[in-house]
Every structure is written in C-alpha cells, then in structure tokens.
Write a protein that binds this ligand. Sequence first.
Ligand code: ADP
Ligand code: MG
Length: 388
Amino acid sequence: MMNEAGVEKTFFNHYHCSAQCITSAPGRVNLIGEFTDFNGGFVYPVALQFRTYVAYRLRADDEVRVVSHNYPDESDQFRVDEVLSSGGCQWGNYVRAVFAIFQRKGYALRGMDLAIASNVPQGAGLSSSAALEVALAGAINEALSCGLTPEQLALISQQAENDFMDCQCGIMDQLVSATGRAGQAILIDCADLSTGFAPLPEQLALLVINSNVPRKLVDSAYNQRRQDCEEAARIIGLNSLRDATLSILQQYRSSLTDNQFARARHVISENHRVIDFHSALKDGDIQQMSELMRASHQSLRQDFEVTVPATDGLVSICDDLLGNTGAARMTGGGFGGAIVCLCPHQRVDELCQRIGRAYPEQFGLQADIYMAQAGNGLQVKSLDVMSV
Ligand code: ADP
Ligand code: MG
C-alpha cells in the first residue's frame, strides 16, 4: 500500500509507535516549456495524483533513522549534530541531502524517525526525486516549526538536488510539487517564480507514456545545450534568452554557430508557445493546444535535437490518431524518456491499443502508459492530538 495508510503502517512496523505527522508531495509532468527553465523562461507542468508520503516522529536525540516501503531491504541512519555527507545507501542520500540544506541554512535540527512510501513511478520522467525531497522538506519544516512557505521549501529541495546530489535541475519539478493544485496546470515564470493556474479540459485524459528507451550520455548533452544557450545570450548581449526575440536573434545570425542559433530559436519560440498555451487552456481551445504541443515537439526535434526516433514515433502515433482533438509531445529531459498526451476520454482505449501494437513493431520496445490526473501539491497532516 503506497499511500497514506501504507506509510503509517510502514512507520508503525519499524518503530513500534505511531507517526506524529504525515506529509506528501506529488510527481509531475510538464505539458509545455522544455529547456526554458534554465534560461529564465516559462514552464507549464501539472502536479500528478502519484505521491510520495513521509511519516515521522521527532526523537529526543540527534539520530535520524529512515526506512522506505519501496526499498524494504535497506535503511539509512545518520546524526544531525555532525556535518552531513553522503552515505552508502543510494536513496538515503536524498534524505541526507534535504537535512543537509536545512543544516547549512542554520536550522537547529533534531533527530527523527522517518518512513517513506511512494506510488510515483521512479525513473519514468515523473520526478519521483522531487516528490521525495519536497515531502521531506515539508516534514522537517513542520517538525521544527520553521514556518517556511511552499516556494521556500521548493528552493531548499532544488538545492538538495543541485548541491548535494550533484544534479543541476531547474526549479520546475520542486516548485510544482510544492504548489500544484488538483485539476489544474501551473504556469511558472522561472525568472521570479511567480505562478498562474488554469484548469485542464474535462474532456481530455492526461497520459504519460514512457518510451523505455535507455537514456545515455544525457548529462553531457544537457550541459552542451545549456552552454550553447548561455553563449548565445552572451553574444546577443543579454543575461538570458528570456529577454531575446526572434528578430534580435536573426540580427545576430552571423555571429552565432548553427547550433547556438538553433538552440536559442527553440528557447525563444518555446517561451511564446507556453504563454499561448496558457491562453488556449483558459479558453478551452483544444485545437490551439494541439498545434502548440506539436510545434513544441518539432522544435525539440529539429532545433534542440533532444528527441529520439522512439519518442518521435510515439508522438506520431498519437498525432495520427487524434489530430487536433488531442495533443502530444515529448516531455522532460529528452534523449528517450516520456511523452505527454492529452487524449479525449473516449479514445483512450483505442490509443493504448494502437501504441501497444505499433510501438513494439516499430521500435522493439514496450511503452508504459500512465493514466495521470492533476493532483495537489505538498500536504501536511498532523496525527498527534497532543501536538495540535
Ligand atoms: P526521477 O525521474 O523519478 O526523479 P531520479 O533518478 O531523479 O528519477 O530519482 C529517483 C531516485 O529517487 C531513486 O533512485 C531513489 O534514490 C529516490 N527515490 C524516489 N522515490 C523514492 C522512495 N519512495 N523511497 C526511497 N527513495 C526514493
Ligand atoms: Mg529526478
């Protein structure tokens, strides 16, 4: 049972007492706005109903003990009165990472018993790591009465991933996990972290389809894309591509390499598509949403060069069946990974069948299809009557 009751039970089984509080935070999928976050641009993710739950009880000493329902054979423990560093438990390092950032910020940490249980698929591009970090940050915030806002908890979680786990992700995953709203997509301006919301159309199902293509050399390719964007901005004379326009870019065409030009063109055009998508969503204009997601995928394929034949193929299967009644594009870091599809409810079965047949035929792989819904962000539930 990977839910609230499940984490309560896991906690009780390990520590032989009840948890005092349960926090939870969701995974996410990005509808549009890819590779724009590190350029100070716009992203448009949805928090999902898949969640990671953290149950805790404060201890009287400085020991942290942690178990995960998803990794029953391992546990981690460490002391918070020492400077925190990585340990031998791979997933335990995410826990250490979040504690370490609170420690670096000068919060007086205390020992805690912790249990984790999650139904966020891991490594499927749904950001199970951000769900875990945000749920943990929410737990520490509650336990120590730090009084931090969801935005501040998202920043701490991002820092845990950047500085401790050595993964240079932007703020999107953690911010949507902290602030998401059921039934809604969230527009994030990565320049100032301001947000806007719009409801997902009721007639469309939200599908995340994992290509299961093994992702290789992703870090070096990502760093290269990032460098191309930063160089392009510098040559144009701007702090980030956020402030560039297509006509400014054109003026600098001869000073830029082909790659710098193409990468920048993706980022600039993608920012426009995100803003247009927000309007389309508010107007319930599915045809416009469809066109924008298709254009985003094309741009990621031709200009940013981060798609692979398998994700292009999955998007084509969706496009061929749904046309402008639905929408599909690759989502996440690319080089494999997942696509996101908005599909009319009555056509979901047909689409799944078609993917089940055509995808293995064309690519020799099985896709995983997740039926997603837009869920809430970070939630905190106190169980201790005494502490209320
Ligand atoms: P994702 O795309 O799902 O975020 P990552 O590799 O960034 O993939 O994060 C997955 C890692 O997060 C796992 O290898 C594990 O270390 C940690 N993790 C996620 N969910 C859990 C969980 N329920 N319990 C323990 N660790 C978890
Ligand atoms: Mg992750």
